[in-house]
Ligand binder design. Structure first.
Ligand code: CA
Length: 237
């Protein structure tokens, strides 16, 4: 069970994968992480049910044939426990009645295996867009806009292309506007790793972001807080 700091959970879109085929699970995980989603994986129905109830996920991907507790029962248990996150069923079963059963039990959508990863990502985006919530709102500071659903970033109306790490760093900073973010906070949040090995990487990525976000603008938004870390704030406070 991952330990989740309070500020972490608000920063990104969190997705739970409940899938016992490890190859499939890690394939999906990698694809989602490349899109900057934060991903947890578990491989049986009981654990899936428990994690879904304990962590406030934005989306759950649920396999139907699972050890422990079957997917349909896990799904019912999640809904009974008050889990409102959209649930996308992944199933090798193509029978109509299985899909109907899943949807009746509270699933929002289903995908039949094998599927193209592009289709999975598109459905994930569609479900996140549909459910909205605070993660779907466009973030803005000064004339910098970031749309967490489409992952578009613009400044002064001009589109800014970011790599997935740059995007994750900026989204984290925009969700914590005006707050001083220390390097350990950034390392743990954006890289999901210990701080020690990442000291320089953070400074390098901040300079990448400065080049893309601030360089051609009069008002700088990314500020260094000497001895502490970085903060994103509008020039006029
Ligand atoms: Ca399975």
């Amino acid at each position: 069970m991952p330990v989740i700091a309070p500020w972490y959970n608000r920063g990104v879109v969190r997705i739970l994968i409940v899938e016992d085929e490890l190859k499939v699970a890690s394939f999906i995980r990698r694809a989602l992480e490349e899109e900057s989603y934060a991903v947890d994986v578990c491989s049986d129905g009981v654990q899936g049910r428990d994690m879904a109830s304990e962590v406030d996920y934005d989306l759950i991907l649920l396999d139907l044939l699972l050890p422990g507790l079957g997917g349909i029962d896990a799904l019912k248990a999640m809904r009974d426990a008050g889990v409102t996150a959209p649930i996308l069923i992944l199933t090798a079963r193509s029978k109509v009645e299985q899909r109907v059963k899943g949807l009746d039990a509270g699933a929002d959508d289903y995908l039949t295996k094998p599927f193209a990863i592009e289709e999975l990502l598109a459905r994930v985006r569609a479900l996140l867009r549909r459910t909205g919530g605070d993660t779907a709102g466009v973030l803005h500071i000064d004339d910098l806009l970031l749309n967490p659903v489409t992952r578009e970033v613009t400044r002064g109306g001009r589109r800014i292309e970011l790599t997935s790490k740059e995007y994750a760093l900026l989204e984290y900073m925009m969700r914590n506007t005006g707050r001083v973010l220390t390097r350990p906070m950034i390392a743990e949040h954006v890289w999901d790793l210990d701080f020690d090995t990442f000291t320089n990487v953070i400074d390098v990525y901040i300079s990448y972001l400065r080049n893309k976000i601030d360089r051609d603008h009069e008002r700088a938004l990314i500020h260094t807080v000497r001895g502490s870390g970085y903060t994103l704030k509008a020039a006029d406070g």
